[in-house]
Ligand binder design. Structure first.
Ligand code: HEC
Length: 127
């Protein structure tokens, strides 16, 4: 009987805490996907640096493909804009890296494919 009283006492506190924690939830992650062909390009040409496997912190700070999927629409679009930008400027993978690994250079078709995918995703996020 003593236990029951204890529960009743804490019940309001429980509901208060529950509503407090649910109200600060982040907006849901935007629905971004990596279609098979896009994913293949990312894996082969970008993932080595922009993933937990990457050695340098700089690349990881700028872009993590796994985390990109978890971001809300606004944050995700910002990253996608950066991706479009580096593709247009031919900045990735970095030139210094390509000197050693020329086979990692994006082909024109791959650049176009990634860019189209990113632009479409940005458009979808802005709806
Ligand atoms: C050899 C490692 C390496 C590979 C491979 C690589 N990147 Fe990067 N990336 C970096 C580094 C290092 C930076 C940070 C450059 C800086 O801040 O000056 C970066 C930065 C970026 C940025 C942020 C640019 C900005 O200014 O905000 C984007 C977007 C990006 N990379 C996309 C890509 C894409 C797309 C690919 C594959 C086509 C790719 N990267 C492949 C190392 C890499």
């Amino acid at each position: 009987m003593k236990n029951l009283k204890c529960y009743l006492l804490f019940l309001p506190a429980f509901f208060f805490l529950q509503s407090a924690t649910t109200s600060v939830q982040e907006p849901a992650a935007a629905k971004l996907k990596y279609p098979k062909k896009v994913n293949a390009i990312i894996q082969e040409k970008c993932y080595g640096c922009h993933s937990p496997e990457g050695k340098g912190d700089k690349a990881k700070q700028k872009l993590m493909w796994d985390e990109l999927l978890q971001l809300n629409a606004a944050e995700q679009s910002e990253k996608l804009q950066n991706i479009v930008k580096v593709l247009e400027e031919g900045k990735m993978p970095p030139a210094r890296f390509l000197e050693k690994m020329p086979e990692k250079k994006l082909t024109e078709a791959e650049t176009a494919k990634l860019k189209k995918w990113a632009e479409k995703a940005i458009k979808k996020n802005s709806k």
